[in-house]
Design a protein around this ligand. Sequence first.
Ligand SMILES: NC(=O)c1ccc[n+]([C@@H]2O[C@H](COP(=O)([O-])OP(=O)(O)OC[C@H]3O[C@@H](n4cnc5c(N)ncnc54)[C@H](OP(=O)(O)O)[C@@H]3O)[C@@H](O)[C@H]2O)c1
Length: 242
Amino acid sequence: MIVLGANSDISQAFIDKILSENKDKYRKIYLVTSNPDKTERLAKHIQVKHKQESEIIFFDVTKNSDYSVFDTVETDLLFCATGFLGENTEEGLYDDKNTEKIIEINYSKLVPLITLFARKFENRKEGTIIGLSSVAGLRGRQSNFIYGSSKAGFMVYLDGLRNYLFHKNVHVITVLPGFMDTEMTAGLQLPAPLTAAPQKAAEVIYKAYKKKRNKIYVIGIWRFIMLIVRNIPEVIFKKMKM
Ligand SMILES: NC(=O)c1ccc[n+]([C@@H]2O[C@H](COP(=O)([O-])OP(=O)(O)OC[C@H]3O[C@@H](n4cnc5c(N)ncnc54)[C@H](OP(=O)(O)O)[C@@H]3O)[C@@H](O)[C@H]2O)c1
């Protein structure tokens, strides 16, 4: 298994979940990270709790473009939690560097990396790609449309990739988390009933993996919330402060 964005709380919960369910199945776990010092702790945790070997691969999508570090990686499961919220304030909106970073991490520099594994899986004629997009990608809102549009791009990429790889016996799962209680949202005041713990996300994603689901919400109510949000007429929606 290869995990992109290894330090994400959701990645860590998913690793715990899959390893406790599949003893001995995964010979090695590749932990891809932009912050290897932090990932050392996760590698130790995997060793101690699951008696499982792992390898840390340093890869900052905004800085690295040498994909040869992945040449020897053979796997049939890719889990991608890579993402960046950035500054979604008025200042952030007019800060080109912030905008660029959000787009690169969530979409433009991430897609080629996933495509590399799509090709590997296509050649093997097996594999599963699990990618975390966001409900923010379902409709542009004034509060986070740079992040939202990059997640929309990523979601459509995953959807199309699923369609393409279906004919090659490779499966793609698009995950649409609503609010998640993770480091990304630390300090934000999120409504508890609409917010999921990483462990809840791991359970839901693992189930989707086993059942080969296509597109899933972490908390079901978000499906209905977004159905409403997406159907508000634009003449009304643009006047709302969302
Ligand atoms: N938290 C929420 O409310 C929420 C809601 C909807 C969707 N999501 C999505 O769910 C996923 C996981 O989110 P999270 O809440 O766990 O956030 P997070 O803790 O910020 O995790 C995102 C991970 O992306 C990786 N990353 C960031 N910059 C990178 C770079 N330049 N190069 C390579 N990797 C980089 C980091 O992993 P490393 O440190 O290992 O590099 C980071 O841990 C993200 O895609 C996020 O957009 C989250």
